[in-house]
Design a binder for this molecule. Structure first.
Ligand code: OVM
Length: 397
């Protein structure tokens, strides 16, 4: 085996130091070579844009069906039934993907646009009535929770379980460390609640959930698959958008010149969101598993071995991006791997962009200046780059 010849890094990417600020580790991984070896977990690491992009698009060589976390489903029983989208490969992946892709696609969202814009205006009006507030709970959490569960068609009870479920799920892609252990006592209850909400009779007749069941009636997926596709929406659709919005709010609160630009040109809201997703990478990492022996940058990854793709490091790779650490609305952020790339690329990205557009447009209309009003605190999660608290001060226009 050739792991000895590889640059070996013993830093724990899921330790609190790296989760607090991964920049130093990311630079060390990128500079070590196209592939590095993470001795702590006995896995291969990719942190350069070129190799991360290649692994994401190379689904025939690097499978998802053995899990996209550290746990290898070839040897370990997953903590929940695998996702039909995230933890599956073609051909089984494709029918569920096609269904969900249509249910949350741009055409379907046109129907929701006006009400989401209005909901954002209403929320922002209420929140900016005070000059100082914590933008993480009051905006980044409140807005998705205000519109997304309704769009899915969830009932009114138990919605407070959505964020904790996602929190545990995204921790579970990492090693079984303190973050996972802290969540474990509640995980069974949360998963049971989420699974119950996926049943046809729990879902309002006009939401995303009902449309997934309707696709089963048409024969596009089976009725056995429908609840698991609904589960994907509830798994991937809440915490991700919360921390995507947290990222863009943080970006603007620390870049007054960029806020001025957005206010002058509100049509930049979507580019701003993608640039924030590139700059912060709310989803930091996912794994793949080698399906057969495959070479990356001169290193053979043997069959069945895990590779860890550092999306956040690729999104700041100076080999790909000019001035990668700058949050800059002038750049074209497209091609970032914050939503992944290839056939698993975020199916909900249009939902996320519409949420961001609604929230940023409403804010830009009312708020002349936004700045940090206290010390922002990171929230540590094995997969998500997140804020716990983002105190801001606003001056109204
Ligand atoms: C799913 C799923 C869960 C978490 C994340 C995700 C980022 C998908 O259950 O399909 O994509």
């Amino acid at each position: 085996m050739n792991t000895q010849a590889l640059p070996s890094i013993d830093t724990d990417p899921f330790g609190h130091e790296a989760l607090e600020d991964p920049a130093e580790l990311h630079a060390a991984l990128r500079d070590a070579g196209p592939v590095a070896y993470l001795s702590r977990y006995d896995v291969f690491a990719l942190a350069r844009y070129e190799e991360v992009h290649a692994a994401l698009t190379g689904w025939q060589d690097f499978q998802s069906a053995a899990g996209v976390g550290l746990s290898n489903f070839r040897h370990e029983k997953p903590w929940r039934p695998p996702s039909l989208l995230l933890e599956a490969d073609p051909p089984r992946h494709d029918a569920p993907r096609a269904v969900l892709s249509k249910v949350v696609g741009p055409r379907a969202l046109r129907r929701l646009r006006e009400s989401w814009l209005a909901a954002a205006e209403e929320l922002v009006d209420r929140v900016v009535a005070e000059p100082e507030f914590d933008a993480l709970p009051r905006l980044a959490e409140a807005f998705p929770l205000r519109i997304f569960p309704d769009a899915v068609g969830l009932g009114p009870d138990g919605r407070e379980n959505l964020l904790p479920y996602g929190e545990f799920l995204f921790n579970s892609f990492g090693p079984p460390n303190d973050l996972v252990e802290k969540g474990r006592p509640d995980a069974g209850r949360l998963a049971a609640w989420v699974n119950e909400q996926c049943a046809r009779d729990r879902l309002a007749p006009d939401g995303f959930g009902a449309q997934i069941w309707a696709a089963a009636d048409r024969g596009d997926i089976t009725h056995e698959q429908a609840p698991l596709v609904v589960r994907s929406l509830l798994s991937a659709g809440v915490d991700t958008t919360v921390h995507g919005l947290g990222a863009v709010l943080y970006a603007f609160a620390t870049h007054p010149d960029q806020w001025e630009r957005l206010r002058a040109e509100p049509g930049l809201a979507r580019v701003a969101f993608d640039e924030a997703v590139r700059w912060q990478s709310p989803v930091q990492t996912f794994f793949r598993t080698a399906l057969g022996d495959h070479e990356i940058g001169g290193t053979t990854i043997p069959d069945g071995r895990k590779i860890l793709m550092f999306l956040g490091a690729a999104n700041r790779d100076p080999r790909r991006w000019d001035d990668p650490d700058a949050f800059d609305l002038s750049r074209d952020p497209s091609g970032h791997v914050g939503f992944g790339m290839g056939l698993h690329q975020c199916v909900g990205q249009h939902v996320a962009r519409l949420e961001a557009e609604a929230l940023l447009t409403a804010l830009a209309r009312r708020v002349e200046r936004i700045e940090i009003a206290g010390t922002p605190r990171r929230h540590h999660n094995n997969t998500l780059r997140a804020w716990e608290s983002l105190p801001v001060r606003v001056a109204l226009a």
